[in-house]
Ligand binder design. Structure first.
Ligand SMILES: Cc1cc2nc3c(=O)[nH]c(=O)nc-3n(C[C@H](O)[C@H](O)[C@H](O)COP(=O)(O)O)c2cc1C
Length: 178
């Protein structure tokens, strides 16, 4: 499979980056082709909702890295979202990418798998509830199939998540992909 992993943290060595690394390691070992889109380290401008794209075959009026990513995203068999929990949702860095799907929504929709890997400080039973619902709604709208979710709660920093089994779970999710 061609898999695009979109990360949303500004921490290069953070908790979610570790999950992304481990997932990619497993998926690579399973023979998949991986593209990594570190959204926090690219310029991704917010959607202007101008609908220029609607009359220009999916071309976005904003000139940034998304214009090279559309084709790669459309060609991907699977999109993996890796985000820290920010105010009970995705980080704005990854959300900006998702909002920009708007320009090519029809070409992106359908026939893809997706996965969500997320980390948080909190560890209540409801900590990931809103994020999970948001992810499920996005998949329903895009007509994509969920291939797995990993919620690494109680992990504020790298030193903590390294002491848990979450990185190994991310590795197994990648390695066991068919
Ligand atoms: C702006 C901001 C908002 C956050 N919001 C939440 C939150 O709503 N719930 C929570 O449990 N943790 C929250 N956190 C903590 C992060 O989710 C947590 O530290 C995570 O491990 C950071 O991931 P990273 O190292 O990949 O950046 C927030 C952190 C920041 C900086």
């Amino acid at each position: 499979m061609k898999i695009t992993v979109i990360t949303g943290s500004p921490h290069k060595q953070g908790t979610s980056a570790l999950l992304a690394d481990k997932f990619i390691q497993g998926a690579n070992e399973a023979g998949h082709e991986i593209l990594r889109f570190d959204a926090a380290f690219e310029e991704v401008k917010p959607c202007l909702a101008c609908d220029y794209c609607a009359s220009h075959d999916g071309q976005c009026v904003r000139k940034d890295v998304m214009n090279t990513w559309y084709k790669k995203l459309i060609e991907s068999d699977m999109i993996v979202f890796v985000t820290p929990l920010y105010y009970y949702g995705m980080s704005s860095q990854i959300k900006a990418v998702i909002d920009r799907f708007h320009a090519n929504n029809e070409k992106l929709a359908g026939n893809k798998k997706s996965m969500l890997l997320a980390t948080s400080y909190g560890a209540d039973d409801w900590t990931m509830e809103a994020l999970e619902k948001n992810y499920e709604a996005i998949l329903r709208f895009m007509n994509w199939n969920d291939a797995g979710k990993l919620f690494a709660t109680g992990c504020p920093v790298r030193e903590v998540i390294e002491q848990t089994n979450f990185p190994n779970q991310a590795y197994v999710l990648g390695k066991s992909l068919q």
